[in-house]
Ligand binder design. Structure first.
Ligand SMILES: O=C(O)C(=O)C[C@H](O)[C@H](O)CO
Ligand SMILES: [Mg+2]
Length: 402
């Protein structure tokens, strides 16, 4: 079997997605997600200018060898652009292998380790009352785990608060929207929010919270401690992770479980946190961390230290990534949870898929391969629109972490 073509498709059904389609001489094709939110066109160029010429004529069954060729062969290893491009190739090759075998990818990985993939949805609102109502709406839909984010009085554009209900899409304009950040207001507010959510909805539902890199280590430790009584499933990205040792300080002071890793792109980014048991959940994802092949490396290391997976699954990860993640999640022995930020109807029409939600769990379905396709005619109706993520500044104008 030989690869005869590899094409990049950029489409924007409500938001931008970059998809790689690999075709073979036997009429079987596979797709992979290559979306890097706000920096999409850098990955398009990396694929078209540098990787596609390397793929033509190769045997698509040699997934590991092609992964090593693209990783080692570049000389310049790692980084989000390189690894998103490699991820897309890897996903497309697993898709092809599954289609040739007539099996869903989770069967090729070793088969299902569970009946369904526990997911968490996103409840958010401009204030505590609306956020609590939104949590109730997710419970009614059958969710067993919910991420809770709320607007903070006096803070313009707090992280995670959607523009409409049930959906959240932060990349909102061609140039970054400027938001404000106020640590003191947040630290006063967050325990009140979770107290009210627990009072209203009880302790049977799992609650998660994303701090989005906004705190220093000692502030993160304080927040973790103040939220312990509300039994969070996890506190995510509580402080920036360039220095993994910062998490030692957080760990010393709180037993609130910690999750990190959505911006990681290789096992090397994860190693120090995992080996020192500084986190409980690793959030690296298929599209940014080297595809299914990259995630296998990460999850195998994590398993040695009882760190479980909790893959990133925001709307900037396309349904192609979601399908790949669900095949991985159904198999991976040390699975924790999967983020599931639902895509809009427009997006779902461009990417018809076999995964489905029931009673708080997603299942990838049993279509051969990843179980997702791209409708290229429909995709062509949604041209690329430059969009960037917001930025955050403190009240005195200092640039902060978004
Ligand atoms: O889903 C999450 O946990 C996020 O933090 C979402 C990110 O802001 C988003 O994916 C950035 O592209
Ligand atoms: Mg996050």
């Amino acid at each position: 079997m030989k690869i005869t073509s590899a094409r990049v498709i950029v489409t924007s059904p409500g938001r931008n997605f970059v998809t790689l389609k690999i075709e073979t001489d036997q009429g079987i094709s596979g797709i992979g997600d290559a979306t890097l939110n706000g920096r999409e066109m850098a990955v398009v160029s990396y694929l078209e200018d540098h990787l596609v010429p390397l793929l033509l004529g190769r045997d698509p069954h040699r997934i590991e060898d092609i992964w090593q060729l693209l990783y080692r062969g570049a000389y310049w290893r790692r980084g989000p652009v390189t690894m998103s491009a490699i991820s897309a190739v890897d996903m497309a090759l697993w898709d092809i292998k599954g289609k040739v075998a007539g099996l869903p990818v989770y069967q090729l990985l070793g088969g299902a380790s569970r009946d369904g993939v526990l997911v968490y949805g996103h409840a958010n609102g401009p204030d505590i009352d609306e956020t609590i109502d939104e949590v109730g709406r997710y419970i009614e839909l059958g969710y067993r785990a919910i991420r809770v984010q709320s607007g903070i009085p006096g803070v313009k554009g707090a992280y995670g608060v959607g523009r409409g209900q049930m959906y959240y899409e932060p990349a909102d304009s061609a140039l970054p929207t400027e938001t404000r950040w106020d640590t003191a207001a947040y630290l006063n507010f967050a325990p009140k929010l979770f107290e009210k959510v627990r009072e209203t909805h009880g302790f049977d539902i799992e609650l998660l919270h994303d701090v989005h890199h906004r705190l220093t280590p000692i502030e993160a430790a304080k927040l973790g401690k103040s939220l312990e009584q509300f039994r969070l499933f996890w506190m995510e990205d509580c402080t920036p992770v360039e220095n993994p040792q910062a998490f030692r300080l957080v760990r010393k002071h709180t037993v609130t479980p910690l999750a990190v890793g959505e911006i990681f792109n290789s096992v090397h980014d994860c190693r120090e946190l995992i080996e020192n048991q500084l986190i409980d959940y690793i959030r690296a994802t298929v599209v940014h961390a080297g595809g299914i092949t990259g995630l296998k490396q990460i999850s195998s290391l994590a398993a040695l230290y009882q760190v479980r997976t909790g893959c990133h699954g925001a709307t900037d990860l396309s349904p192609v990534c979601m399908a790949a993640a669900l095949n991985f999640d159904l198999w991976v022995p040390n699975f924790g949870i999967q983020e599931y930020m639902r895509h809009t109807e427009e997006t779902n029409e461009v990417f018809p898929h076999s995964y489905s939600f029931a009673d708080g769990y997603l299942h990838p379905g049993d279509s051969p391969g990843l179980g997702v396709e791209i409708d290229e005619d429909l995709a062509a109706k949604y041209p690329y629109e430059p969009r960037q993520l917001p930025v955050a500044r403190l009240a005195d104008g200092t640039m902060w972490n978004w």
